[in-house]
Design a protein around this ligand. Structure first.
Ligand SMILES: [Zn+2]
Length: 371
């Protein structure tokens, strides 16, 4: 054990002593409750962990008041506290600037719930700040994702969308105001992001996602890509994005929440690890084979698909949480990723899809790949 380290009780943990024989800890961030049997001595150690004194000092303070105990016994108890998530190592140095610490203070506190030290939580925040997130399609879902990721601290955005703001967008997009109508969506969105945090870098493009679109410049710069483009349709754009991202191992997210997926959660794609858009296509071919006839007489709908701001926000929030977990390394998303789910408005339920990696997938199947 490094006796020079400083620990503190996690800010998000409430501890209660019950009948002088055990403590109950409530982990406010994860809603967990844990019970520990304790002695008077161990309660006293918990009381004097103050986030100021190092372990050596705490050991000496304890021995002075309670009589000497072995260093081995003391360090075993300390390691138990650490393993149970009650305490966290305090940062004695910072990798973030004071203004970054001030801005992201509560979020870093939240990250620390999943990590071993305050420094690790700062490093997680730094990963967001260093990220370059490209978002293809800046509508109700893509735009709201950009806004939430900007608030979370993503440092650079590449925003891609050829469309202009329409009146109906003002009822579904958080960042459009009446005065934005007629403006290019990416310009309005970039301005909104800058108003959240002027330190964020934004790059814009008006490029359509057509078959011959040249994605190379964007793929070179981006560390993460989000597909929220619904034209010509989601299945097409998703496959095109995965075809381009998987071979270069660029993680991406196929966002849901529009077209025929009004409130779907979308899916995180970690190349060669989680099912890619091609694997999803295989899955849909199988499960939807009886869903609708091959030909139907309606060629043109009178109106576009319906939409509701709250449902777009649901989709973008769900996606944002998954993306933050992945970029920050809060969970091992190679195993903890969530496949797409559809939120069902009537019953307020999530219907989970069950795709799996297709070994014969045209995009990610075939020979073994070095991960
Ligand atoms: Zn695949």
């Amino acid at each position: 054990m490094d006796w020079g380290k400083i620990y503190k009780i996690k800010d998000s943990v409430d501890i209660y002593l019950v009948d002088e024989t055990y403590i109950v800890a409530y982990f406010m961030n994860t809603r967990q409750k844990k019970k520990f049997r304790v002695s008077n001595g161990s309660v006293h150690i918990i009381e004097i962990i103050d986030g100021i004194n190092n372990i050596e000092n705490i050991y000496n303070t304890y021995c002075l008041k309670n009589g000497t105990i072995s260093r081995k016994g003391f360090s075993t108890f300390f390691n138990c506290l650490l393993k149970s998530g009650l305490i966290i190592e305090k940062s004695q140095k910072h990798i973030l600037s004071s203004s970054e610490l001030k801005r992201f203070n509560r979020q870093i506190n939240y990250f620390s719930e999943f990590l071993s030290s305050e420094l690790a939580a700062e490093k997680a925040q730094k990963k967001l700040l260093n990220s370059v997130v490209a978002i293809w399609g800046c509508g109700a879902v893509g735009g709201n994702l950009a806004v939430q990721l900007a608030m979370a601290g993503v440092g650079t955005f590449i925003l891609i969308d050829p469309d202009v703001v329409e009146e109906s967008d003002c009822s579904r997009h958080v960042y459009f105001k009446q005065e934005s109508v007629g403006d290019k969506k990416v310009e309005s969105l970039a301005d909104y992001i800058k108003s959240i945090n002027p330190a964020i870098k934004t790059y814009i493009s008006y490029q359509w996602l057509h078959p011959n679109a040249d994605l190379s410049e964007i793929l070179k710069k981006a560390t993460f890509l989000i597909d929220a483009a619904d034209e010509p349709y989601l299945g097409y754009t998703a496959n095109l994005i995965s075809q381009n991202c998987v071979p270069i191992k660029l993680p991406h997210y196929i966002a849901g929440g529009f077209d025929a997926h009004l409130a779907s959660t979308g899916e995180l794609i970690i190349p060669y690890i989680t099912p890619c858009a091609g694997c999803y296509s295989t899955y849909f071919e199988r499960v939807l084979s009886d869903w609708k006839p091959e030909h139907h007489p309606i060629k043109n709908r009178e109106k576009e698909m319906g939409g509701l701001a709250a449902m777009s926000l649901f989709s973008s929030s769900f996606a944002c949480i998954e993306i933050i977990k992945y970029i920050c390394g809060l969970k091992d998303m190679k195993v903890a990723y969530k496949p797409r789910a559809e939120f069902l408005f009537n019953g307020m339920k999530l219907f989970n899809l069950t795709p799996s990696k297709d070994p014969n997938c045209k995009i990610c199947g075939g020979a073994d790949h070095e991960l």
